[in-house]
Design a protein around this ligand. Structure first.
Ligand code: ZN
Length: 240
């Protein structure tokens, strides 16, 4: 019997934390990869370590399946990206309707690096927490983009890779509900306390939904999602 191995793109954010828990429930061995591209909210990289350390102790989660965590230095991506995620500029919506936090092609680059690691580590599955239901409009988060990347990477590596996006059709409220369904109150508490969303990297202000400035687009999604989750905590959304 072959071991089904997965590599999870894990930033330390809410979505990738739930994607990691999802992967632990499905695959025999799970590794993670994070990317340091000079993001303003670098604090998420520290959250990543905290979450990895605390996950195995949670009841109901297969933390024993959690393997090594990889960190890739992509400083050059930050250097070529004039965006509000990598520069100290205003976070707002730009002309094309995209937020100024958009780093062009970020997920395409992340996936290419992840595929190289997956190849070397014999991981057939790559899991990422992208979502086009309740997101900021980034085109590289869309389902068609990810499906096209699966084809490109499988062809380019001449090895079958399967890209999984368990949150693609779930909104933020359903992602909170999925966390609770996967790992009970323990995982929900971990997501709230230790996962990071805020683009400004604010971990000084604690709200019911976690830490953050409460005003940037990432906080805005999280605030509204948590409120909707409290109103309907059992709706985990479609499992497509
Ligand atoms: Zn914020």
């Amino acid at each position: 019997m072959t071991t089904d191995r997965a590599l999870v793109l894990f930033s330390g954010g809410q979505d990738s934390t739930v994607a990691l828990a999802w992967a632990l429930a499905r695959f025999d061995a799970v590794e993670t990869v994070g990317f340091d591209y000079g993001q303003r909210h670098r604090v998420e990289l520290d959250c990543r370590l905290t979450i990895r350390a605390r996950l195995p102790a949670l009841r109901g989660l297969r933390g024993d399946r959690l393997g090594p965590g990889h960190l890739v230095d992509l400083a050059s991506l930050g250097a070529i990206s004039e965006t509000a995620l990598t520069r100290d500029s205003e976070i707002a919506f730009a002309g094309a309707g995209l937020p100024t936090t958009f780093v062009p092609g970020r997920n395409l680059i992340f996936l290419s690096f992840a595929a190289a690691i997956a190849y070397r580590r014999h991981c057939r599955h790559i899991v990422l927490g992208v979502c086009e239901t309740d997101y900021s409009g980034y085109p590289d988060c869309r389902d068609d983009t990810i499906k096209a990347m699966q084809v490109s990477l499988s062809l380019g590596l001449d090895r079958r890779l399967v890209l999984h996006t368990p949150l693609m059709w779930r909104d933020k409220a359903q992602t909170f509900a999925l966390a609770r369904a996967l790992g009970g109150q323990g995982l929900l508490d971990l997501v709230i306390e230790d996962s990071h969303s805020c683009y400004r990297g604010d971990r000084t202000r604690r709200h019911g939904w976690g830490f953050g400035c409460g005003r940037c687009p990432a906080c805005d999604l999280r605030v509204k999602g948590y409120a909707a989750f409290l109103a309907d905590p059992n709706d985990t959304g479609p499992d497509l």
